[in-house]
Design a protein. Structure first.
Length: 225
């Protein structure tokens, strides 16, 4: 997430807590896909409504745990994270008291040990009753990842104005059984320079208001493992 003076001003009403990460995982290049991505999701979640009326919860506590490397994720690229890094970040967020995890992430190759580590981190979520909402992905294919296959995770895929999945949105049996469909086309949010920008894709619909309402209902009714 970008930390320019204007961006911080737009997010000023939220309680921001950035958890420890390596220097390479922080938003050092404001033009990188990773920085744009994280800032946009943060804006959708907790920007001031004077700036972004559709922001979901401007006064929430937002835990920021960077996982993408800005290097190698230049503008136009697709940010991705290694499974071991994501597993560590999940554990960090739970330890910091998170109630809901938002995973807008594409994974790199997962070895058996890395996939097991990620699965155990998600099991940790389930045991603690921490809801996990994850982007289904933007490859335009029938595919589930180590994240969206996990039975505790709520996968979300993107649709256009006619409530039809976008051509770029991933679909899978996991999405069909327990997933959600939400608008993900031309979503307006906060850019790294503090200005508005418009994006499309599953990462930006899952933080949307319709999904947030459904997740809130799930939080009240879902039994713990």
């Amino acid at each position: 997430m970008a930390r320019s003076p204007r961006t911080i001003g737009v997010l000023a009403s939220a309680r921001l807590r950035e958890l420890a990460s390596t220097p390479n995982e922080r938003c050092s290049l404001s033009g990188s896909a990773a920085c744009r991505h994280g800032t946009a999701v943060a804006g959708m979640l907790c920007a001031s409504r004077q700036f972004l009326p559709s922001a979901i919860s401007p006064e929430c506590t937002l835990l920021v745990r960077p996982i993408f490397s800005a290097t190698g994720n230049e503008a136009g690229g697709v940010p991705n994270a290694e499974p071991e890094v994501l597993a560590s970040a999940i554990s960090d967020c739970i330890g910091a008291g998170a109630s809901v995890l938002n995973l807008s992430v594409s994974l790199g190759y997962a070895s058996r040990s890395a996939a097991d580590a990620l699965s155990e981190a998600l099991n940790y979520d389930a045991r603690g009753g921490v809801l996990v909402v994850a982007a289904a992905g933007n490859d335009g294919t029938i595919y589930s990842s180590a994240i969206t296959r996990h039975p505790w995770v709520i996968p979300v895929t993107a649709c256009g104005g006619a409530d039809v999945p976008l051509g770029t949105a991933n679909l899978s049996s996991s999405v069909g059984r327990r997933g959600l469909l939400a608008p993900g086309e031309r979503i307006t949010s906060l850019g790294p320079d503090g200005q508005l920008m418009t994006l499309s894709g599953t990462s930006f619909k899952q933080a949307g208001q319709g999904v947030a309402r459904r997740v809130a209902r799930a939080a009240r009714s879902r039994p713990l493992n």
